[in-house]
Design a protein. Structure first.
Length: 167
């Protein structure tokens, strides 16, 4: 069972970080918007934005191929990103969410909660990856865990749309 949960966590975080990175690199405008969203937090936004996107790009392959390293990177990234969002919210700054590229919603408490939930998933994955390997998983269970991870990733990626739909 733990093996399937780990697989779901791997796929979820790989998809979320992969989509986040690709959406920021889709165009120069998207990357510049992301970098500008960091202005209230750091002086040199372009190198910081590039470092964050590099971490996002590294997370999917590491999470899928070297789970311990991937979950550690994802958890570290999520801790940093959560701290940044929390700082913005506490200071009452009007900063747009550029987590997945072109969003226009202001960062708020819901983004802190979303990031902390993802952080908890990263830590859970890290703990599971550190356990001794479980018995071999069957293909149907792996497929189900992967599909569940992708489904939850889709909800995270479309989070703003869901909030707007139910607001």
């Amino acid at each position: 069972m733990a093996g399937y949960v780990e697989i779901g966590c791997q796929v979820l975080l790989a998809a979320v970080f992969g989509w986040s990175a690709v959406s920021k690199l889709a165009s120069r405008t998207a990357f510049r918007r992301f970098a500008r969203s960091l202005e209230p937090l750091v002086r040199r936004t372009t190198p910081v934005a590039a470092a964050l996107v590099a971490g996002e790009l590294l997370t999917p392959p590491l999470t899928l191929l070297a789970p311990l390293a991937g979950f550690a990177l994802a958890s570290g990234m999520l801790a940093v990103l959560s701290a940044g969002v929390l700082t913005v919210v506490r200071r009452g700054l009007a900063v747009r969410c550029r987590c997945f590229g072109s969003g226009d919603a202001r960062l708020g408490p819901r983004h802190v909660v979303r990031n902390l939930i993802l952080l908890a998933i990263g830590v859970l994955g890290l703990l599971l990856a550190a356990l001794p390997a479980a018995s071999p998983a069957d293909a149907a269970g792996v497929a189900l865990a992967a599909v569940a991870g992708l489904a939850v990733a889709g909800l995270v990626i479309r989070f703003e749309d869901l909030v707007e739909l139910f607001a």
